[in-house]
Design a protein around this ligand. Sequence first.
Ligand SMILES: [Zn+2]
Length: 134
Amino acid sequence: MLIINCPYCGPREESEFACGGEAHIARPLAENSISDAEFADYLFLRDNPKGLFLERWRHTAGCRRWFNVARDTVTHEIIEVYPMGALPRKAKAMETHAASWRRNTAAEKAAQKPVRQKASTRKTGGTASKRRSR
Ligand SMILES: [Zn+2]
């Protein structure tokens, strides 16, 4: 049985956890337009590698919180546990993250685009610059 070190509760048996599948899948924003094929890639395609894999796990019988795990799918060795929204720090896990085919997908690029500012926000910026000129 796998022992997983929950970042919030400490080491616990695998039976207390649920695997949530592949980590670091960027969701395109609602206002972004990507093709149907690109959206299907985001929605349905998941890696299943032999070797190091970055996964999401949830401590379902404990704190019920999500976190990421860098785990070797052959040896089940857990190389790193790190919080949601963060990137791995260990070199092997960083390489796996950088080498993923997802790093240049349309969904990931669309999710990284900054959201346009509304016209009312820009007006506020103009008022602020007038104040500075006094
Ligand atoms: Zn926990």
